[in-house]
Design a protein around this ligand. Structure first.
Ligand code: HEM
Length: 131
C-alpha cells in the first residue's frame, strides 16, 4: 500500500525530513532528523521549528514564513540555502536546507529536507590549512 511504502522510505531516508504547518509548528520528523538534532520525535512535534535553529533565525523564523504567505515570494522554497542547525546539546552544524510547499488535505504544509554538511565543511577547513 502506498502510505506504508512512503512511510518506509521516509523512515529510512539518509537525509532529514521535517514537516511544519503554516504557523511553523512541527507535524512530523523522521529518524534521520532526530539523529542529527539529538531529539526524540515527542520532544519536537507540536513545537515551533525555531527550536532547531540558533539566533537570530530563531526569533525571526515565524516572520519569514508569514512574509512568504503574504507576498508568495520565495527565498528558500525551490531555491535551497545553507543554514545552521542547533542540536539539543547546544552545538551547531551546517546543513543544506531544501523546502517545498505541499498542498495536503485542503491546507498547505511545508516539507524541509536536511542534508548534513558537517563532514564537507570539516574537509574544507582542513584543506584551507594546507593552502
Ligand atoms: C524561511 C532559516 C529550517 C521552512 C527561512 C529563512 C531563513 C530560514 C533565513 C528566510 C530566508 C530569507 O528571507 O532570505 C532556517 C534555519 C533553519 C530552518 C536556520 C534551521 C533549522 C526550516 C525547516 C522548514 C523551514 C526545517 C520546513 C520544514 C521555511 C519556510 C520559509 C523559511 C516555509 C519561508 C519561505 C521562503 O523563504 O522561501 N528559513 N530555516 N525552515 N523557512 Fe526556514
Amino acid at each position: 500500500e502506498s502510505a506504508a511504502l512512503l512511510k518506509a522510505i521516509i523512515d529510512n531516508a539518509i537525509d532529514g525530513i521535517i514537516t511544519i504547518n503554516g504557523r511553523g509548528i512541527v507535524e512530523s520528523i523522521n529518524p534521520a532528523s532526530c539523529k542529527l538534532f539529538l531529539y526524540t520525535p515527542e520532544e519536537v512535534i507540536g513545537n515551533n521549528i525555531s527550536m532547531l535553529m540558533p539566533p537570530p533565525y530563531k526569533e525571526q523564523h515565524d516572520e519569514y514564513i508569514a512574509r512568504y504567505q503574504r507576498t508568495r515570494e520565495p527565498h528558500i522554497i525551490g531555491i535551497g540555502r545553507e543554514v545552521t542547525g542547533l542540536r539539543k546539546d547546544g552545538t551547531t552544524f551546517p546543513f543544506r536546507l531544501a523546502v517545498s510547499e505541499v498542498p495536503y488535505a485542503e491546507r498547505k504544509i511545508f516539507a524541509g529536507f536536511i542534508h548534513d554538511l558537517s563532514r564537507e565543511k570539516e574537509a574544507e577547513e582542513q584543506l584551507k590549512e594546507y593552502a
